[in-house]
Every structure is written in structure tokens, then in C-alpha cells.
Design a protein around this ligand. Structure first.
Ligand code: ATP
Ligand code: MG
Length: 416
């Protein structure tokens, strides 16, 4: 699992006196793709351009299995790092200062950048792209290493250093960077296609959404609410959660579907124990219609096996039968604590646990069936006009749009 540091980008070099001109982005899983690598890299470039909108990004260049991002101006390293920390497909990245390819200048910059910092161990890692440079990579490592050691008193550790000073010698300049920050990994959003995610306002569905975005999917969100029977608190939570998740995919649409009247009709026609299963089947029917309209290829839920009565194996099978597209359940084998840990890491937990009036609380029996059968579900539904019920939701749906960063800022690079 990716650490909290990667998401909230506690950036170590903020405290260094460092002028940032470029960033070097490394990908891992994309590099394993052979024939399709270019496809994934293009998605990554496009997403980088969007994520860094308003930050003065000048160009993105391919640099031997990495991407070099050059900026127009000296930009705030912490802001760049925070945004890069949310771009799926990035294994890790470094913020880079461009300086002269001259040992005296390089040495002075390294010493200056590390001034006042305390670290116990370090190493210098040099890559000499320009072979005409008079010193070998090892010579540069030794010379800069001795300088850092003399100024900091730290020891050299080639295997697990606390700090890595990276130097790249180019024909007319040199790159200097002081840290590698882990990215969120996975695949660039958009590369794997579109999904419709059912988002409730609870703890689980934001995590299931996050996990599918990390696999390169772009999500369209659907939330079912029971207003006017209940207040709007679940909708407000769903909006707040989608707003947070939009930071990973840059644009989102949230469908807010009124479900209270549908539930009321179900209550009038279906015996207590089966109601939850019939509600869920209705949700999947409506979500499927939205997904087909949106050209999404599957649905996503935050179900985890046997976590609650509606999520027993027999019930999951009966509920799924009503869907017109595959239902993906990224949390199915996770236990609640693992899900909570990830919700905390991605920052959705605090919003998810705010009290709300969720539609699951309306007309819900004390003892729902845990072993529904398809025959009994169909018998119960025979008393309902399913098409009319679905249109009760669809006809009053509201769609809300989300953007990150705000589109008012400069539109970023055009990446073909
Ligand atoms: P969550 O924490 O995501 O609410 P949960 O453990 O409370 O999940 P359920 O309430 O049984 O479990 O819901 C299972 C899944 O069904 C949710 O993860 C979500 O994908 C979907 N779902 C439930 N209620 C809603 C809703 N009101 N709107 C949209 N999707 C919902
Ligand atoms: Mg729930």
C-alpha cells in the first residue's frame, strides 16, 4: 500500500534551499508494458499536463523510460510535489534544479542546498550523459561525496542512505536533485476505460473508487438519496467525497438519483426480509442505464464479502443478476480495518464517518434475508412495475460536475 507521505506529499526538500526548474517522473508498471507502452505514456503525459495546470509547465520530454517536465519559472516545489503525488502511473519522482556542468558550481550548489539539514547517511549517484565531461561518474560521486561529508559529518551509505544526491551531467548543463518521492503507482487514469461507481457516502465506496482509478479507470459517480423523505446530508457527503476523488482524475460527474419514492413502492409490495436485496437490484438497474448512456464498461461497488447482510455470497449473486454490465468489487477480499486504513491514507475517512441520513436507513428491516434466492427475488418483483420504478429515479436525476484544478487557471500544455 502507498504510504500517507505519498498522498499528502510531505516533501523533504521544502526545507532545502532549492530552486526547482524541472521534475523527473519515473514510471514502473507502464515500463513493463511492451507493445502498449506508448499508449500508457501518452495518457500519463496528458494527465501530468492537466494535474499541473496553472503551474507554468513548459514541456514534457521523454527521457529514457522517464519523463522530464520543464517549467517556465521557478515554481513552488511543495505544490508541484503535492500534485504529482496524485497522478496515477508515477512510481516516484524527483524535483530537479538545473545548474552549470562545472564541478565547482555543482559542489557549491549541493552544499548550499543542504545547509542546516541534519541527516545521518547519504550517497551521491551520478549519471554522465555527456561522455566528454572530464570526470567519470565515480569521480563525481567521490568528489561531491567528500564535500557533503566534510560539511555535514554524515556517513556514506550506498545501500540504504537517508538522503540521495542525484546528479546528471548533460552537454551544456547538469541536473541536481536531492530526493526521490514515491508516487501513487498504478496506471494513468483513462488508460483502462470508464466505469460507473456507486458511491454511498460511507467508508467503503470512496476506497473502491480510488482503487479502480489506480488501475487506470475514469469514474462516473452515482449516488442514491432519499430526499425529500430524509435530509440532504448523504448527498452533501457524496459531493464532498467526489470532490476529493476528483483530485486523482481531474474531472468527474456525479449523478444524484432520488430513491425514496422507489423504496416506498418497494415497501408497499415486498415482504420485509427481501427489501434490501430488491433495493440493491433496483440500484444496479438504474446504474446500468446510466453506465450504458455514458459508454462505461462496468459498475463498481464497495462491497466486501459478508461485511453486512446484503453482502453474503447468496445475496451478492442475486443482486448482481439485475445488472446489465459486469460488477467490479475491488474490496471484496479486504477486511474492514484494511479498508479504513486506506480511507485514512487517501483522506476520505473523516468525511465518510460524518453522521448522515443515508437511504439505507429508510424503510430497512431489522432482520434482512441473508440467503436470498433469485426465484424469490423475481416473485417479489412480479408485483412491481420495474420500468416505471427505474424511470422514477431517472426522470429526476441531477448531474453535478467537478474539476481539479479549476479550469479557470491556464489550460496547461496541449499534448497531442
Ligand atoms: P459503504 O461504506 O460504501 O456505504 P457499506 O459497507 O455501508 O458500504 P452497503 O451499504 O451494503 O455497504 O453498500 C454496499 C455498496 O453499495 C456500497 O459500497 C456502494 O457501492 C453501494 N451503495 C450503497 N448505498 C448506496 C447509495 N445510497 N448510493 C450509491 N451507492 C450505494
Ligand atoms: Mg453504506
Amino acid at each position: 500500500m502507498v504510504s500517507q507521505a505519498a498522498f499528502h506529499a510531505k516533501v523533504p526538500w521544502i526545507c532545502y534551499s532549492f530552486s526547482m526548474h524541472s521534475a523527473l517522473v519515473r514510471y514502473h508498471e507502464i515500463a513493463l508494458k511492451r507493445g502498449n507502452r506508448a499508449y500508457f505514456v501518452e495518457h500519463l503525459k496528458k494527465n501530468l499536463s492537466t494535474a499541473l495546470r496553472g503551474m507554468g509547465l513548459k514541456e514534457i520530454r521523454n527521457a529514457s523510460s522517464r519523463l522530464l517536465l520543464n517549467f517556465n519559472q521557478d515554481v513552488a516545489p511543495d505544490e508541484v510535489a503535492e500534485r504529482l503525488g496524485r497522478v496515477f502511473g508515477i512510481a516516484n519522482f524527483s524535483l530537479v534544479e538545473r545548474t552549470e556542468n562545472d564541478m565547482a558550481v555543482l559542489g557549491a550548489r549541493v552544499v548550499e542546498a543542504l545547509q542546516g539539514q541534519s541527516f545521518d547517511s547519504f550517497r551521491v549517484e551520478t549519471r554522465r550523459v555527456d561522455k566528454r565531461f572530464p570526470l567519470t561518474s565515480n569521480d563525481v560521486n567521490r568528489e561531491l561525496g567528500a564535500l557533503v561529508q566534510a560539511h555535514s559529518g554524515a556517513r556514506v551509505d550506498l545501500t540504504r542512505p537517508e538522503l540521495t544526491v542525484s546528479v546528471e551531467i548533460l552537454p551544456s548543463s547538469a541536473f541536481l536533485s536531492l530526493e526521490r518521492v514515491p508516487g501513487p503507482g498504478g496506471l494513468p487514469v483513462g488508460a483502462s476505460g470508464r466505469l460507473v461507481s456507486l458511491i454511498s457516502g460511507g467508508i467503503d465506496s470512496p476506497v473502491s473508487s480510488y482503487r479502480m482509478m489506480q488501475r487506470g479507470c475514469r469514474l462516473i459517480f452515482v449516488h442514491f438519496h432519499s430526499s425529500p423523505f430524509l435530509d440532504r446530508s448523504s448527498q452533501e457527503k457524496a459531493k464532498a467525497l467526489v470532490d476529493m476523488l476528483t483530485r486523482y482524475q481531474f474531472v468527474s460527474r456525479l449523478y444524484l438519483v432520488p430513491f425514496g419514492e422507489i423504496q416506498r413502492r418497494i415497501v408497499a409490495a415486498v415482504l420485509r426480509p427481501l427489501r434490501v436485496v430488491i433495493y440493491r437490484r433496483m440500484m444496479l438497474r438504474i446504474a446500468s442505464t446510466i453506465a450504458l448512456k455514458e459508454r462505461a464498461r462496468a459498475l463498481v461497488t464497495g462491497e466486501s464479502l459478508a461485511q453486512v447482510a446484503s453482502q453474503t455470497l447468496p445475496n451478492i449473486a442475486v443482486i448482481e443478476e439485475a445488472a446489465r454490465l459486469p460488477v467490479l468489487r475491488p474490496l471484496i477480499g479486504m477486511d474492514k480495518q484494511e479498508i479504513i486504513d486506506q480511507a485514512m491514507n487517501i483522506g476520505t475517512f473523516e468525511t465518510s464517518v460524518l453522521p448522515d441520513q443515508d437511504c439505507c436507513q429508510l424503510f430497512v428491516p431489522k432482520h434482512p434475508a441473508v440467503k436470498a434466492t433469485l426465484r424469490r427475488a423475481r416473485e417479489a418483483e412480479a408485483a412491481l412495475d420495474l420500468e416505471e420504478l427505474a424511470s422514477l429515479g431517472a426522470d429526476h436525476v441531477e448531474v453535478e460536475r467537478f474539476h481539479y484544478p479549476e479550469p479557470k487557471e491556464d489550460r496547461g500544455l496541449h499534448v497531442a
